[in-house]
Every structure is written in C-alpha cells, then in structure tokens.
Design a protein around this ligand. Structure first.
Ligand code: NAD
Length: 425
C-alpha cells in the first residue's frame, strides 16, 4: 500500500482560527519531533496501546470564511500571546503552507450577524441555499480525500460559536429535514450543514464548539442510518474541567454546595464573538448545566464571560464556591485558573480526530459517548463528572484492546509488545 493511502485527513471548520492554527503548528512540531506530545491523551496509557493513526500520517484541510491565513493567525499568536517561538514558526512554515492550500471557502449561513461580519472571503453563490451548500461541502471533502489519497477524513468543528438555534418541527425526522433543506431559508445553522455534509460523505463529525452541530434528532437519525460516528459538544478545557472534578469531590464527601459563581475573562476571536449576547447564550448553556447534574440538586449557579482584548489567547476564571459541612457550617472554596485557550484545546482536537478515526475503522457508528470527558455538554450520556468519564474512556480502550488481541495472531502480539517496551531483539 502506498504511504498516502494510510493517511488520515483532519478537516477543520474554522481553519484559520486560533485553535486551528495551534493544531497546525502543534501537529507539525510533533511530526518534526520538535516537541513531545504533552497534553495528548492518545499518547499515554491506556489509549496509546490502541493501534491509532500515527501523528505523522495526519494531513490538515478545512473550511474558512475569513481571508486571514493560518500563517497570519500563528504569527499573531506568537507575537501577541507568546505561545510559539519564532524559530518554531520558521520550521513549520512549509506545513502551514500545505494546510493553507487545502482550505476552501465556507459559509456563515444561519450564523447570525456577529459571525457574518467575519466573512471576508468571497462567498460561493451556491451557498444561498442549504442543500446547495451541503453539496458544495461534500464536493470539497471528496476532492480533499481523493487528491491526497486519504484513507479517511474526520471533520471537526472549531469555528466561532453560533447563536442558539430555535428547534423546529423539521428537525424531528430526516424525512422532514431533507425536504426543508431545499427551501430558501435554511432550517439549520452552518455547523449543522457541515455535519450533514460529513455524514453524507461517511466521514466522522465532531463538534468542539457549543454550536448546534449534530445535536438534532434528524441528523442523529442520519448518522445512525449511515453508521457514521459523531460527537459533541463544546470542548472541556478550562473552568468547566475544574468544575467537573471539584463538584464530584463535594458530592462524594457529602458537602452541600450552596452556590457556585464563576467569572471568566478572555481575549482572542472566540472572546470577541462571545461578547455578543446571542452567541454568549450558547456557551453559557453548556457551562451552566454541569453543577446541578453532578450534585443532584440545583445550587445557585452564576457564570459570566467577559471579553478583555488585551488578554489575547489567555483566559482567567475566578470561581467562588459556598459549601456547607457538618452542623451546617458554611465554608468557601475559591480558585483562579489561568490557561492558554488554544494550547488547551489543540491536543484534545488531535486526540478526538484519532479516536473518531479508530471508531470508524472498527465499523462503529452513532454517538461516541465514550468521549464524554472531552466535552462540557457530552452527547449520549448524562455523566458530567470527569473521573467516571475518564473511566468510560478507559473501559472503551480495554474492550477494544481485547478485540484487537483476539483478531491479532499471538506472534504478532508478542512482536508488538516487544516494540512497545523497546526491548532490543
Ligand atoms: P477564533 O475566533 O480564533 O476562530 C474561529 C474561526 O472560525 C475564525 O477564523 C472564523 O472566521 C471561522 N468561522 C466562523 N464561522 C465559520 C463558518 N461558518 N465556516 C467556516 N469558518 C468559520 O476562535 P477559537 O479560539 O479558534 O475557538 C474556536 C471555537 O472553539 C469556538 O467556538 C470556541 O468556543 C470553541 N472552543 C474553544 C475552546 C478552547 O479552549 N480554546 C474550548 C471549547 C470550545
């Protein structure tokens, strides 16, 4: 088999955003062995025992609505946020150019005014109608796969957060939705149209944003019918990650949570889009649900998100928690989390791409609820606590390892184990 036929395409919606550019710089840095894969779950036990796609075999492409290039975004991240050094950017420049060549014009259909203002690319005329846009995306995905002789393509949404979408009658079944897609007004925002295009192309789709994406009954029906893996929503990288570790601790120690207040400040493009009330409401919904779901009752929860331009790609969360213990004595937990937005997100997106690819390779489709630990609002499960979510992933790895071992001849297994332990033969 030629080398290229073993390659995986990772198609990013929002291809020149901060997260996408960090994925591109980070993937190239790992492929060129400039850095160790710190922060990646698929590079450590138990997931590293699965035969996942090697990082060197991943090629990037994507859709974008802005004329800003990946190299420009990476340069801005280096200069303003100081997350890459200029030497690294120089070394990976050819990789960013290859990615840039694989970026096609997307659409801001149904994304509201804040995102539409970002659309500086000349939009395709056919994108006026939802079905025409889906067909265009399918064509772009097919061309990317065939031109680069890719074995599979995984589509991951890292585009700006859309405003919350109203539920419509046509969302209930695929029969109703497929008719509505040909009407003049799109029944769905772009994140969901990209999802339909991916599923119709038999490509796994993952929604790393709070946008609607695949979370529509009709689209899930399509994913199950086509046996395509899907998952979302909204990557769990910062404040919510801490909430889903600390809230179970309070619950398990029988400490009663009275209130949980979180103030979040962030800069970058994400923060700017979230500054609009309509777009912010989608994010607040995914952030707010976790405490009550873990505690089993509803403490007072307040979350705010403020855009502070000078923070660039850095974000800070200040959380204040009132909890009660023995004899109703009230106590306080406070924490400050200062993280770099894109550096937290990028390795998780690479993990998700490899795990979705592996799931599809095993001919498994539908909602990948075993990936819940990656999301603020995971689909297919009510489990929000981080520990049990990690166990779901470890159980998945263990079950699949058993399957792998059963289908591999014993001498092959021994050779593989020897290679893994690096025992000289
Ligand atoms: P960003 O603003 O830097 O990048 C978003 C990119 O998407 C922009 O280049 C924009 O032009 C593009 N875009 C918007 N709508 C599009 C469309 N319909 N089609 C194609 N491209 C489109 O934002 P970011 O910091 O890269 O974050 C990306 C997304 O990831 C956001 O929705 C954010 O909420 C989500 N997210 C990020 C984190 C994190 O830790 N960084 C965690 C969870 C979720």
């Amino acid at each position: 088999m030629a080398d290229t036929q073993r390659k995986l395409g990772l198609w990013l919606i929002g291809a020149s955003g901060n997260v996408a550019a960090t994925i591109a710089v980070g993937l190239a840095a790992l492929q060129r062995r400039k850095h160790a894969p710190v922060g990646m779950l698929t590079e450590q036990p138990p997931l590293d025992a699965l035969p996942l796609r090697p990082l060197k075999d991943i090629l990037l492409g994507g859709h974008e609505i802005s004329t800003r290039t990946v190299a420009q975004t990476a340069q801005a991240l280096a200069t303003e946020s100081r997350i890459f050094d200029h030497e690294l950017l120089k070394a990976v420049a050819p990789d960013l150019r290859t990615f840039q060549k694989n970026i096609r014009t997307g659409s801001a259909l149904g994304c509201g005014t804040t995102i539409t203002r970002l659309a500086s690319r000349k939009m395709n005329a056919g994108a006026a109608n939802a079905r025409a846009f889906i067909n265009q995306v399918r064509k772009d995905l097919r061309n990317f796969q065939s031109r680069n002789k890719l074995e599979r393509v995984v589509v991951i949404n890292v585009a700006s957060t859309e405003p919350r979408s109203p539920r419509r009658k046509s969302h209930a079944t695929w029969a109703a939705l497929s008719k509505a897609l040909s009407q003049n007004t799109s029944p769905l925002p772009a994140s969901s149209l990209y999802a339909i295009a991916a599923i119709e192309s038999s490509m796994p789709y993952v929604n790393f944003t709070p946008s609607l994406g695949v979370d529509v009954p009709a689209i899930l029906e399509l994913a199950v019918a086509n046996n395509v893996p899907v998952m979302g929503a909204d990557g769990k990288t910062g404040e919510t990650l801490l909430k889903t570790v600390l809230a179970p601790m309070c619950r398990d120690r029988a400490l009663q949570i009275d209130s949980w207040v979180g103030h979040n400040v962030l800069g970058n493009g994400d923060g700017e889009v979230l500054d609009s009330a309509a777009n912010k409401s989608a994010k607040l919904e995914t952030k707010n649900g976790v405490i009550a779901s873990i505690a089993g009752y509803a403490p007072q929860v307040r979350t705010s998100i403020e855009y502070v331009k000078s923070l660039n790609d850095w974000k800070t969360a200040w959380d204040h928690v009132h909890f009660r213990g023995f004899l109703d004595t009230q106590m306080t937990l406070q924490f400050v989390w200062q993280g770099c937005d894109s550096i937290l997100a990028a390795p998780l997106v690479l993990d998700l791409a490899r795990l979705a690819d592996y799931h599809a390779a095993g001919n498994q489709g539908g909602v990948m609820s075993h990936l819940a630990c990656f999301f603020k609002s995971p689909m297919g499960t009510r489990q929000h606590a981080f520990g049990p979510q990690m166990k779901m992933l470890a159980d998945y790895a263990a079950e699949n390892l058993v399957r792998e071992n059963e289908s591999n001849p014993p001498q092959h297994r021994k050779a593989k184990a020897r290679r893994k332990r690096r025992i000289p033969r």
